[in-house]
Design a protein around this ligand. Structure first.
Ligand code: MG
Length: 380
């Protein structure tokens, strides 16, 4: 049961309609997956979050370190990869590469032991997870307020109980957009906003104060991820809970956020923060600071399954008879690889998504589709 092959696949699919947020413009979805195969032919899949080409190169750099290793001892393999890249890559895409391999090893571990990852993490505390819709990006149109409100109403009609919209066009425009969405969806639906670190401290505080009467559940990434002191001060003064962490890596990155009390909600991306092995540790660290845990998830069905298993296992502290429920980020922007690459497909049922029951991640990857959408790495 030892690893004898590691492959990387960069896949790309052009979007029917391009969109943007406060930092970048998207006209295609391009992702990097890895497939780790054992000498007996059993294989597992993983995904890295971020620029696909550099992640693929990172996987090729790390691959020799796990050859001959056993997925049943994935933590030792994690440490070997981490120590080998530490001097030059304490953060960034190399950790997305490490994350992808770690997720594939967990998928394999589950397949070897015939158990879902959530059970191997210590047990399932729930078989389905509440999901929120991530959407309401910006696009070229005549009336953005109406377009955003229409989209939000669609998620409400689908059965979502929560949704997250983008802000970061400018404080005044953002206030108008959020007001239009809140007025359309009414008061019964949770609404979050995400700036993707677009604001200065003063702008963020002004927006938080203006949005407070609109019942906003969290304000995500208001400031640049480097500004820990700004986050600490904003978290203290904002009337809306502050969320961040999709740009952080490893438990050390989250410790910097937590010990300064920078966030109310910590958002590691398991496909970038260090895989399942490290995100489990981050969740425990987050718990020990009395902070909420809501993983960032913006990838394929592999990323969604990874978050589902972690959230099935996570049981928020301090705990109570009717404990608060975790929430899954379910991106609704066009992504063929989230919708069609794996089976079984995820279906929203009364606002919840079922945690896969099969061994490992519980996802069967369509390898024909992998070949169909595979692109040369230089295009990734
Ligand atoms: Mg975000």
């Amino acid at each position: 049961m030892i690893v004898n092959k590691v492959e990387t696949f960069v896949l790309s699919h052009p979007l029917e309609k391009s969109f943007h947020f406060s930092q970048h413009h998207y006209d295609a979805r391009t992702i990097c997956l890895t497939k780790v195969t054992l000498e007996n032919g059993l294989s597992g899949w993983g995904e890295g979050y971020g620029p696909a080409g550099p992640i693929s190169a990172g996987i090729e750099f790390l691959a020799p370190l796990i050859m001959g290793g056993s997925p049943l001892e994935q933590e030792g393999l994690w440490r070997r990869m981490y120590r080998h890249s530490l001097d030059h890559a304490r953060s960034g895409v190399m950790l997305s590469a490490l994350s992808a391999i770690d997720i594939a090893l967990w998928d394999l571990k589950g397949r070897i032991l015939n158990q879902p990852v959530s059970v191997l993490l210590g047990g399932r505390n729930r078989n389905s997870v509440n999901a929120y819709a991530t959407g309401l990006y910006f696009s070229e149109c005549d009336d953005l307020c109406t377009e955003l409100a229409d989209e939000a109403e669609g998620y409400k009609n689908e059965g979502f109980s929560a949704l997250k919209m983008k802000v970061g066009l400018g404080v005044d425009q953002d206030i108008e957009n959020v007001r239009a969405v809140r007025e359309r969806i009414g008061t019964g639906m949770a609404l979050m906003v995400d700036a993707n670190h677009a604001f200065s401290f003063r702008e963020a505080l002004r927006l938080a104060e203006a949005l407070e009467p609109m019942d906003i559940s969290w304000f995500e990434e208001p400031l640049t991820p480097e500004d820990y002191e700004g986050y600490r001060e904003l978290c203290r003064r904002s009337p809306i809970p502050i969320a961040a962490g999709e740009c952080e890596r490893l438990r050390y990155g989250f410790l910097r956020l937590l010990e300064r009390r920078c966030v109310d909600i910590a958002q590691p991306d398991p496909c970038a923060a260090g895989g399942i092995t490290e995100t489990k540790k981050i969740a425990d660290l987050v718990d020990s600071y009395g902070t909420d845990f809501a993983p960032h998830c913006w990838g394929t069905c592999i990323a969604v399954a990874t978050s589902l298993h972690l959230l099935s296992n996570w049981d928020p502290l301090p705990g109570r008879l009717f404990n608060r429920e975790p929430i899954l980020e379910l991106d609704r922007t066009q992504n063929l690889f989230r919708e069609d690459l794996g089976s079984p497909k995820f279906k929203l049922d009364q606002g919840r998504i079922q945690v896969p029951d099969g061994p490992g991640l519980g996802i069967q990857v369509d390898e024909q589709m992998i070949q169909e959408y595979r692109v040369d790495i230089s295009e990734g």
